[in-house]
Write a protein that binds this ligand. Structure first.
Ligand code: ADP
Ligand code: MG
Length: 390
């Protein structure tokens, strides 16, 4: 293990992160709280994590010299960015412990391999992905079973926040959408009747010990996560246990080390369906910073450093509101001052801004978590905040 307070050549142990976004920033906060130093690699010199890290390497993820420098400075390396090239992680792993491993990240980056992994796990857990077909050629289009329409066509790689997706009702629309995506590898999923969406975060250590966080209930707007609610009864209890068990199994079967988030659908008939996974902390887990005795970022530090993983406990009910750049503009599109003092006057408000200097529509600028003794109190506070934010 890399112990807190341990010195290497007279300096505190340095932990490395590939990617400098808000997830990396919160990892840096957690690592620094334990006395570690940090090094962040990101192409953007104003990256949220880079600007608070002890050391920052401004470089492309594929820059061999920069990766060597990262490996030279860091005693162990993690990632916060789903689309970081898996080869970069593999390269780093030749020099240093890396978690999660390149192989697991490569599976999570490719919806075709991801769904195949879920389908294998479903034989044990009973939680299957949506019915789907792989589309890599014109011939695959012709072979699509009729019952997959209406469906959602998703690019196998590089999709996020609803990007790289198209809803298609007919074979004609499917063919047009696939060609419109440049004929890249895709999956077509049956469009399912959703009752709700939820996600589960687990942390798994090198020794195979695994802990699961509570089930998060998620609301999306425009393809982007908008609200996460976590309190007793947010999701029927039997489904919550089933989702946690399925997530633990997915991590175990990958031999995963680190923090993993798996997204689920609950269908109108009550069935649980597994959607996708992120090989890193997740936007839906931000409430853990304020509402749990170990956050998803604390767990990421612990799994990377080889520290103990006690079962986290949620001590407060929580609702998290994502703060998109849209809030920084009024209805006419003019810049506006967000009324933070009024928001912060509400009890149980925890404001997190990521230090991004430019607000843009749809850009994640921060989040606001309300904690309280029960679901009713956090709902009331979140509604009051939503009214203030407009
Ligand atoms: P992303 O990588 O953009 O998060 P997702 O696969 O999670 O991609 O899809 C984004 C959203 O689209 C989901 O959160 C859900 O609301 C909706 N969605 C995705 N797949 C389906 C499906 N098969 N049936 C119904 N809704 C879906
Ligand atoms: Mg998703």
């Amino acid at each position: 293990p890399l112990l807190p307070g341990q010195l290497i050549d007279g300096r505190p142990v340095m932990l490395g992160v590939l990617g400098g976004g808000q997830l990396g920033r919160m990892f840096v906060h957690a690592a620094q709280a334990l006395g570690y130093e940090t090094v962040v690699l990101d192409p953007d010199r104003h990256s949220p994590a880079g600007r608070i890290s002890h050391h920052f390497i401004e470089a492309d993820y594929r820059d061999a010299d920069a990766l060597r420098e990262l490996a030279a400075r860091a005693a162990a390396i993690t990632t916060e960015f789903e689309n970081v090239p898996a080869e970069a992680l593999a390269e780093l792993a030749r020099a240093r412990p890396v978690a999660p491993a390149a192989g697991a990240v490569a599976i999570a980056q490719d919806r075709i391999r991801e769904k195949a992994h879920f389908a294998r796990c479903a034989e044990r857990s009973g939680v299957a992905p949506a019915p789907y077909a792989v589309i890599e050629s014109e011939a695959d289009l012709a072979d699509v079973p009729a019952d997959l329409l209406p469906g959602i066509l998703k690019t196998a790689r590089l999709g996020y926040d609803g990007k790289g997706q198209a809803r298609v009702a007919t074979r004609g629309e499917l063919a047009a959408a696939w060609r419109g995506m440049g004929g890249v590898a895709c999956v077509l999923e049956q469009l399912l009747p959703l009752a709700l969406e939820c996600s589960v975060i687990v942390a798994r250590g090198r020794d195979g010990q695994v802990v699961a966080l509570p089930v998060q209930r998620n609301l999306h707007r425009g393809g982007i996560l908008s609200v996460t609610e976590v309190y007793e009864g947010n999701v029927p209890r039997a489904l919550a246990s089933q989702a946690q068990a399925a997530t633990v199994d997915i991590a175990n079967q990958l031999g995963y080390v680190g923090v993993l988030c798996v997204e689920y659908f609950v269908l109108q008939d009550g069935r649980l369906v597994v959607n996708e996974m992120a090989p890193r902390p997740h936007n839906s887990g931000h409430y853990t910073v304020d509402a749990c005795d170990a956050s998803q970022f604390d767990l990421q530090v612990r799994t990377l450093a080889g520290l103990p993983l006690p079962q986290p406990r949620q001590h407060s009910a929580a609702i998290m509101l994502n703060l998109l750049g849209d809030l920084w503009f009024d209805a006419a599109g003019a810049p506006r001052t967000v009324p933070w003092p009024d928001v912060l006057a509400l009890p149980g408000a925890h404001l997190h801004l990521y230090g991004k200097t430019e607000a843009r529509r749809g850009r994640k600028m921060g989040h606001l978590t309300f904690t309280g003794p029960d679901a009713a109190s956090v709902r009331e506070r979140a509604l009051a905040a939503a009214a203030l934010l407009g």
